[in-house]
Design a protein around this ligand. Sequence first.
Ligand code: HEM
Length: 340
Amino acid sequence: MHLRKKTLEEMDAFEKLMNNNLFFLDRKNHLRLRKLALPAFSPRIMDQMKARFQILCKERFDEIGTPESFNFAKEVSEMFPTQAIASLVGIPRDKFPIFDSLAYGVVRGINPMLTPDQRKEAIKGVPEGLELLNDLINEKRTHPEDDFLSTLILAEDEGSKLSNTEMCALVGAVLGAGSDTAVDLHSYLIKNLLSHPNQLKALKNDESLVQGAISETLRYEPSGKTGLARYASEDLDIKGNHIQKGQMVQLITNTAGMDSSIYDEPRRFDIRRNHDKSISFGQGPHYCIGVTLVRSQTEVMLKELFKRFPDLSMGDEIIYDYNHHNARRMDVMTVKTNIS
Ligand code: HEM
């Protein structure tokens, strides 16, 4: 059966978003979009995001207060990644719930296991979220500032500029790629540090090990269940396996961290390891565009967490969501604050 590709008019808001997504574009269009998007992820814009996120982070921990224990997975991991992206995009605080619904739609709607009704329910917040984004973009077109959206608006490559739809799709891709992944990183980072007291002690004595702890968590306990999909652009043979042009190959990069020819004693959690050969953030033209953002937001969270709860320890309960379509998600991970 030959499936005809839908025309733009036939697509719903969610499909239009996916149609321009960095992950699904052909090589030429991907290169163009990536080149135009890169300046918006510059160190200057990342610093702005960090400053805004630091405030949000403090507010969140104020809300958590000083309980005996709390569910870190729900109260921290699930909240922060979308808030960091909202800070990056410049969403006003009172519009966060609308942005949250857009994030929910983008992250859940992509699940191929959903029935049509479940998908419709998951993406119901997408049109309102897109309206909010379009309003913001139009406002920035009239009054550009030194921020993420204005940088996207002003970006130009050989006379070509980003349309509103492309900018919305970029924010959609950022939400799709940067929400779920970062949720799990937060949970597994804390789980591994609290389960390896010597490593936690080393980190407390030397804060410069934070980035090593993040890289080691992604190596030691990557959360993705699926690999990176690629389509062969020509016939080729890899170690006796024939792959035909057009065939899909799944690169299971998560197992790379356990390669004993690269990592000595791979089952040992060691935040001082050399991670120069890590492929946790990909490699090549699709290399993660949000790497600085996620490293920075996780560092902010970690420092604030141990400032508030210096004697934090693992709680009694971890509940995994075994039905999660692409991640080893923890719904519950309790931590004890040990505040006297
Ligand atoms: C722990 C967190 C994260 C991990 C492990 C991760 C991992 C990755 C990997 C492996 C790729 C390459 C995919 C491929 O080659 O097919 C990628 C691409 C990408 N990531 Fe991340 N990522 C993380 C967080 C983020 C964040 C926070 C953002 C957004 C701010 C983000 C935005 C993107 C985008 C837009 C792409 C596509 C780039 C392109 O196709 O040119 N990621 N990420």
